[in-house]
Design a protein around this ligand. Structure first.
Ligand code: HEM
Length: 494
């Protein structure tokens, strides 16, 4: 199995999908005797439901996973048992707060208006072809920086140091996928040998590059932590700060420093939490938006329906808002911030407005079915167990499931599953059709389901609606869109 896999690395997700379809949804992957590669690979939703929901305690991330994802430290992506429970509960209580939701959405709304749209306007005026994925990736980096560490690097200003931070973050995760594909002994040897000269054929240079990138990004996070601690120490006490913040918007770093719950949140804890949040909430959104605009460009009827839905909703909202608008005008002392807020809300829909866009919601679900941002997931059995359909696994068995292959599994999505059809998500009553998380697996399922799902939907809808109201994108002739083989599925640019 290893030679065919290596031969198909450039199209690894489609290769897995084909092999799994041929083998009824589940197969064993065995590397040669000298490797430690022995996996059960599946796209069977009942097995996935069993691992993620029904027998959750028996399927962990495990040591090997933590080795591969070493940059993630002890954050929620790699943690198991009590450590995971503590971080999950903590983040749940912070991320689900109304004021955090409001803060994130105001940040995104302002950023779309002051940065994303002007960049696209400029490109349009110059008649330039744009790499939309690159623009979106920088935009999402600024957003996640603002909401996690309370600092906006402002990519549009183009300061070289800021671009370097973004580059460092991208590179710090670049070779993680590769570590899944080769025996652990191989990438560990490459990492160990990195002291030497760059030797591309051995990938040694890549491991070295990843370590250096990780260090640069850590320096950035640690400096954010230090300045945040200093800023907070200037307040007379944390309790006063908390009282003051009750109504105010806040970034997650401030919240994590002030919300210790029986455990000390030292700098390493904060670094790990921040790195994991950056990874969870940044490229995932870039990925969905990139594939969304690509699919929309290929499906003009869907595009027209989304635009019509936005217009219809705006018409009703304008009628409702008329009174408020007149009242605002009576106040002649509007300061700059209020002026900005007003102009922004005329161009970029707010969170309550986008929540009404059902068809757009369906289109985004459809994008994530076909291109789930996290294309493969990995679990390790703690004890021997029997999976649905009678498959026996031993303790320590490594199980890989493929959300990518699940998205086009006919048993889950019936015959037309290769088509892009937002309609499959809309009921006769015009509401969103619910699909159980273990089938629509883009956000994971069970106790470890994504905590940022609702936030992500609103952000993506704000960006998609703002862009579609102003621009119509077309794919450059001859451009072939292929998924990258990385831990988050982006689009290959060459
Ligand atoms: C389209 C956007 C997103 C997608 C597709 C997505 C997908 C996922 C997936 C697949 C997982 C499970 C990862 C694993 O356990 O291996 C996850 C977990 C998580 N996500 Fe998201 N995510 C998105 C956006 C966000 C955002 C914006 C945030 C918050 C800022 C966020 C926060 C989290 C957290 C905290 C977890 C950990 C849950 C746990 O382990 O208990 N995600 N997400």
């Amino acid at each position: 199995m290893l030679p065919p896999l290596l031969f198909n690395l450039w199209r690894v997700h489609d290769f897995f999908t084909e092999v799994l379809t041929k083998h009824g949804g589940t197969g064993e992957f065995k590397g040669p005797w000298f490797t430690d590669m022995n996996y059960l690979v599946t796209c069977d939703s009942l097995k996935v439901q069993h691992m993620l929901c029904k027998n959750f305690d028996n399927y962990v991330k495990g040591h090997d996973f933590r080795d591969i994802f070493e940059q993630f430290g002890d954050g929620f992506v790699t943690a198991d048992s009590e450590t995971w429970k503590y971080i999950r509960n903590l983040l749940h209580s912070l991320i689900k707060q109304r004021r955090f939701e409001v803060f994130v959405h105001q940040t995104v709304q302002k950023k779309v208006y002051t940065s994303l749209l002007p960049i696209l306007d400029h490109a349009q005026q110059q008649g330039r072809v744009v790499d939309l994925q690159d623009i979106l990736n920088r935009f999402t980096f600024d957003n996640i920086c603002s909401t996690i560490v309370g600092h906006d690097p402002k990519f549009d200003v183009g300061l070289p140091t800021n671009v370097a931070i973004e580059k460092a973050f991208n590179e710090s995760k670049e070779w993680i996928f590769y570590r899944h594909e080769v025996p652990g002994s191989v990438w560990k040897l490459q990492k160990w040998l990195q002291i030497g000269q760059e030797k591309k054929w051995l990938q040694i240079g890549q491991e070295k590059k990843m370590t250096e990138a990780c260090k640069s990004f850590d320096d950035f996070i640690y400096s954010c932590i230090a300045s945040k601690r200093e800023e907070l120490s200037k307040c007379s006490s944390v309790s006063i700060l908390r009282e003051g913040m009750e109504e105010a918007p806040f970034d997650l770093l401030t919240a994590l420093i002030t919300e210790e719950r029986g455990r000390v949140h030292d700098d390493k804890f904060l670094r790990d939490a921040a790195f994991n949040l950056f990874a969870a909430g940044r490229e995932t959104i870039t990925s969905v938006l990139t594939w969304f605009f690509w699919l929309i460009a290929k499906h003009p009827i869907v595009e027209a329906k989304i635009i019509e839905e936005i217009r219809d909703n705006l018409k009703t909202d304008e009628k409702k808002n008329n009174h408020g608008f007149l009242e605002d005008h009576r106040n002649h002392n509007l300061d700059q911030e209020q002026d900005l807020k007003k102009s922004v809300s005329g161009v970029v829909l707010g969170m309550e407005e986008v929540k009404k866009l059902v068809y757009l919601h369906g289109a985004l679900c459809e994008v994530m079915r076909l291109f789930p941002p996290v294309p493969i997931e990995r679990k390790q059995a703690v004890k021997a167990d029997t999976l649905p359909s009678g498959h026996r696994v031993n303790g320590n068995t490594m199980i890989i499931f493929s959300p990518y292959a699940m998205g086009t599994n006919e048993e889950i999505w019936v015959k037309d599953c290769l088509e892009f059809k937002p309609e499959r998500w809309i009921s006769d009553r015009g509401e969103i059709v619910y699909a159980p998380a273990y089938k629509f697996i883009a956000f994971n399922a069970g106790p470890r389901i994504c905590l940022g799902k609702d936030l992500a939907f609103v952000q993506m809808k704000m960006v998609a609606a703002a862009i579609l109201r102003k621009y119509c994108f077309r794919v450059v002739e001859g451009h072939v869109a292929t998924p990258t083989h990385s831990i988050v599925v982006l689009m290959k640019t060459v």
